[in-house]
Design a protein around this ligand. Structure first.
Ligand code: HEC
Length: 237
């Protein structure tokens, strides 16, 4: 077809542009729909507890995502700084997921376990108390706001509607494990879940026998314990 004809005819140009973009989109998106790693929960992905569900809601409500992504890209410098690159299956229970590129602050996808709960409490109450140069806002009111009765259950019911497999028992028990807690505690509990899912331990039989459980680590740990002279000498330098 004559290029001139397309470029002088806005209607035709619009139609052909739409066709080109749709084709490109389909080629990129459709294969992902059939790829297990993109459609199924990651192996070992734990369900969130009621308190963690409330914490995630606080995270969304307070707009933490305006400054923090939860997506480690597969670039060497990101993997070195944060940890293994994010996989789609890790966000299977997250509606909406928190991937993104807005990083006024660091990525939080692997922040779970990096700091103590007390550190988080101080940091979220007033970030300058622990990171003097921080320009993150404080969220002191979260220390006072108690989780209300029915709050967690409502969120879990909504999440179940979009595919998170909470059971009736999970939802019925939600109040019992949340109402005595503050929104700060809920948020921290949620932050501590942000890490690479750990696949279940290979042999449950071995874990059940206390003897086998303790014997192996003890044998391995002995040289590092530095209780006997020989390994200690080796370990010192
Ligand atoms: C205006 C931008 C901004 C907002 C909004 C914001 N943060 Fe931050 N955050 C930062 C910056 C900048 C840092 C790095 C300095 C520091 O540690 O305080 C940071 C650091 C952090 C860290 C430590 C990360 C690490 O790896 O050291 C955590 C955890 C965190 N923020 C959680 C939150 C949570 C939860 C919220 C919402 C309640 C939030 N942030 C809202 C900007 C922001």
């Amino acid at each position: 077809m004559n290029h001139d004809l397309i470029e002088r005819n806005v209607g035709l140009m619009a139609v052909l542009t739409a066709v080109a973009i749709s084709f490109g989109g389909l080629v990129e998106i459709v294969p992902l729909m059939n790829q297990k790693s993109a459609t199924e929960p990651a192996v070992g992905l734990p369900m969130r507890t009621a308190l963690e569900v409330v914490g995630r809601e606080v995270y969304l409500r307070e707009g933490c995502y305006n400054c923090h992504s939860q997506q480690v890209r597969s670039l060497a410098e990101e993997v070195l700084r944060y940890g293994p690159a994010s996989q789609a299956g890790e966000s299977a229970w997250d509606h909406p997921f928190q991937w993104g590129s807005k990083r006024t602050g660091p990525d939080l996808a692997r922040v779970g376990g990096r700091y103590s709960e007390e550190w988080h409490r101080l940091h979220l109450t007033n970030p300058r108390d622990v990171v003097p140069e921080s320009n993150m806002p404080g969220y002191p009111w979260l220390n006072k706001a108690k989780v209300e009765s029915g709050e967690a259950a409502a969120m879990m019911t909504a999440l179940r509607r979009v595919g998170v497999p909470f059971t009736d028992q999970d939802i019925a028990a939600a109040d019992a494990s949340t109402v005595d807690h503050t929104h700060m505690e809920a948020l921290i509990a949620y932050l501590q879940t942000l890490k690479v899912p750990q696949p279940p331990v290979a042999s449950p039989a071995a874990a059940e026998t206390p003897a086998a459980d303790t014997a192996q680590p003890a044998a391995e740990a002995a040289p590092a314990d530095a209780t006997s002279a020989e390994p200690a000498a080796e370990a010192k330098p």
